[in-house]
Ligand binder design. Structure first.
Ligand SMILES: *[C@@H]1O[C@H](CO)[C@@H](O)[C@H](O)[C@H]1NC(C)=O
Ligand SMILES: *[C@@H]1O[C@H](CO)[C@@H](O)[C@H](O)[C@H]1NC(C)=O
Length: 326
């Protein structure tokens, strides 16, 4: 009844026949052998995600302390990977295919072997997925990581004057700044780990933050400010955002958090996501992400390039859409 495309077409967007795609070129090597090849059925966007490359090094970020950050390639550790892992987890939850769990476990095993990374509001993001994996597999070696990072978020993460979680990243301390994507990057991992390990205080702290942020009154000044900001700018139409809207709206309708009258707008977003996934499974029109800028132009100039988080948003949106066929 709500079908935008036939089930066959949707599946062919998500799944790929098992012919290995030739490596695009050399440049920075991804260490993960792609386990998707030869293992039908495969999700095309996932295959694309774990093979994203930055051949010229254009998107590497060099920190003052000598560390080099990869937000683009699969073997880095940034919020982009946190969202990417969560997308793969969602597919694992739906399919039960061990292959997807293995991609996630391999990512953590390799990052842990490298010694982890420095803690900030964004590098916390992968721990949401790690908490789910721990809940499923009970791999004990994850416990110290979950515990240490959640303790850090709870007690040592820099706070603003009013006690908010300051948006400290690899690059910038962002003194006194609160960003709403902290809900995804730090609050959800902290709440999940708190529930899992029975730390009620962690949950008690973050749950009101979620509710408060999501139930903003129409006259709420923060809400007004955000709406005005949206209306004030013209930028390119960005596809991962569309995928995020599609996922959020369709899921909220399915769980009856919002009324069925919103389904249509969610479906229109899915339609646009379907248009933007190319033959190789890449979600085109994805922006590099949102580092901190000091004027609007900065955001309009952010390059368009394939990214792990963009792939994950497409995967999540299309997987949620797939549920409307069940
Ligand atoms: C548990 O996780 C560690 C670290 O990622 C990994 O090296 C190990 O193989 C895992 N153990 C099992 C039984 O999967
Ligand atoms: C990207 O967005 C532009 C508009 O900003 C649109 O014309 C174009 O079709 C989109 N490209 C893809 C591949 O979706």
């Amino acid at each position: 009844m709500f079908c935008l495309v036939s089930l066959q077409e949707l599946l062919s967007t998500l799944f790929l026949s098992p012919t290995p795609s030739p490596p695009r070129n050399n440049g920075i090597r991804i260490h993960i052998e792609t386990p998707l090849h030869g293992n039908p059925p495969c999700y095309r966007p996932i295959n694309n995600l774990i093979n994203i490359r930055d051949d010229t090094g254009e998107f590497l970020v060099h920190l003052k302390n000598g560390q080099t950050i990869q937000a683009k390639c699969w073997n880095g550790w940034e919020w982009t990977h946190g969202v990417g892992l969560y997308g793969i987890w969602k597919i694992y939850e739906m399919t039960g295919k061990e292959l997807y769990l293995k991609i996630i476990e391999d990512w953590f095993a390799e990052r842990f072997m490298e010694g982890g990374t420095s803690k900030n509001i964004n590098t916390m993001a992968p721990f949401l997925t790690l908490a789910y994996v721990y809940e499923r597999t009970r791999n004990q070696t994850y416990l110290p990581w979950l515990d240490a990072w959640a303790e850090w978020a709870m007690y040592d993460l820099p706070r603003t004057n009013y006690g908010g979680m300051q948006h400290i990243t690899y690059v910038d301390e962002n003194e006194q700044e609160l960003w709403d994507d902290t809900l995804m990057m730090t609050v959800m991992p902290l709440a999940k780990i708190g529930k899992l390990l029975g730390r009620d205080d962690w949950c008690t702290m973050v749950i009101p933050e979620i509710l408060e942020l999501l139930e903003l009154d129409v006259n709420d000044p923060v809400r007004c400010h955000l709406c005005e900001t949206l209306e004030a700018q013209y930028s390119y139409l960005e596809a991962s955002a569309t995928a995020g809207f599609a996922y959020g709206i369709l899921k909220a309708v399915r769980r009856r958090y919002i009324g069925a009258e919103y389904r249509d707008v969610g479906l229109r977003a899915v339609q646009s996501v379907l248009r933007d996934v190319d033959e190789q499974g890449e979600l085109r029109n994805t922006s590099y992400g949102t580092p901190m800028g000091h004027d609007l132009q900065f955001y309009k100039d952010i390059p368009i390039t394939s990214m792990p988080y963009g792939q994950a948003m497409a995967i999540m949106a299309l997987a949620e859409y797939l549920r409307t066929y069940l």
